[in-house]
Design a protein around this ligand. Structure first.
Ligand code: PEP
Ligand code: MN
Length: 339
């Protein structure tokens, strides 16, 4: 359910509407918009009449929301949402590029890559300190030390940091360092982690599970938003299919579909999507042409020595080529990248 109010409704009226919703045992979610203010109602089953709402100053109408992922859906918030990560805006005219190594391996590695990607136009630095690896014997990440290295790179370059949180136990620690919390494909349906991330006020980059449908991704985002954290960015990173010549199948159908169903920004990870460094740039171009709001790209100063995902990592030089080439596609679809 959704209570639609005038954009300039007095704060007292907004509080009064929220109070009426809480009195019925439901949760109000205030979502300001360009032309109206919406208050989403969660916790109800179907339409329920809440007495007196229509009589409150500023209330225009009360509508039934049919989507199962209400807060994520355009029914509740018709305009694109802008998620602001330390001044970097996702969902506006700019296509935001996040770049950096798969894993934080050393101070020198991160500093070098951070300086290079900044120079080449990236707006955020990526790098995993907690790494979800298929084998328990593979490099698991530098953990707290890795977070400290990322913080140092942020300090020097000014690039905000996106880094993965793997479990609820580490959430407070990772949130202390991250500007954008990454929830990875393997954790997309870790509902306890989603709820805990929803209780923080840190923006979340939610990656699609490798066997998850678009609807399941949207419902996972709803878990975060239902806890009052509305700063969610969706990420298509490739799904498992029968095709085995690439690491995953980058599902670019998901971009326009998610933009239709949801007001949240959508970013694409072409590195995990295809898994082959020489094919990352064409897929990045295709993702921008399909309408994504950002890219997350793996870059390593020595891909051949990388402790994880070297095969899909670009050298800084190749990342520079990606940027100039994707910039031209962005211009063709009325977006900006380097400008
Ligand atoms: C990553 O970004 O390095 C990563 C582990 O991504 P995903 O969760 O999409 O596999
Ligand atoms: Mn990786």
């Amino acid at each position: 359910m959704l209570v639609v109010m005038r954009k300039d409704s007095p704060q007292e009226s907004i509080d009064q509407v929220c109070e009426c919703i809480r009195d019925r045992g439901f949760a109000p979610h205030v979502m300001p918009g360009e032309v109206r203010l919406a208050i989403g109602v969660t916790g109800n089953k179907g339409f329920v009449a809440i007495d007196n709402l229509e009589g409150i100053e500023g209330v225009l109408e009360v509508i039934h929301v049919t989507s199962p992922h209400k807060l994520v859906s355009r029914e509740v918030h018709p305009e694109d949402s802008i998620v602001d990560v330390q001044g970097v805006k996702f969902g506006g005219p700019e296509v935001v590029v996040m770049a950096g190594p798969c894993a934080v391996e050393s101070r020198d590695q991160v500093m070098e890559v951070a300086r290079q990607v900044k120079r080449l136009g990236a707006k955020m630095l990526r790098g995993g300190a907690f790494k979800p690896r298929t084998s328990p014997y593979s490099f698991q990440g530098l953990k707290k030390e890795g977070l400290e290295i990322l913080a140092e790179a942020r300090k020097e370059t000014g690039l905000p940091v996106v880094t993965e949180v793997m479990g609820t136990d580490d959430l407070d620690l990772v949130a202390e360092y991250a500007d954008l919390l990454q929830i990875g494909a393997r954790n997309m349906q870790n509902f306890m982690l989603l709820e805990a991330a929803g209780k923080t006020r840190k923006p979340v980059l939610l990656k699609r599970g490798m066997s998850a449908t678009i609807k399941e991704l949207l419902l996972a985002a709803e878990y975060i938003m239902s806890q009052g954290n509305y700063e969610v960015i969706l990420c298509e990173r490739g799904i498992r299919t029968f095709e085995d010549s690439t690491r995953n199948t980058l599902d670019l159908n998901a971009v326009p579909m998610m933009k239709q169903f949801s007001h949240l920004p959508v970013v694409v990870d072409p590195s995990h999507g295809i898994g082959i460094w020489s094919k990352v740039t064409p897929m990045a171009r295709a993702a921008v042409a399909a309408g994504c709001d950002g890219l997350i790209v793996e870059v390593h100063n020595h891909p051949e020595k990388a402790l994880s995902d070297g095969a899909q990592s670009l050298t800084p030089k190749n990342f520079g080529l990606l940027m100039t080439s994707v910039d031209r596609v962005a211009a063709a679809v009325d977006r900006t990248l380097l400008g």
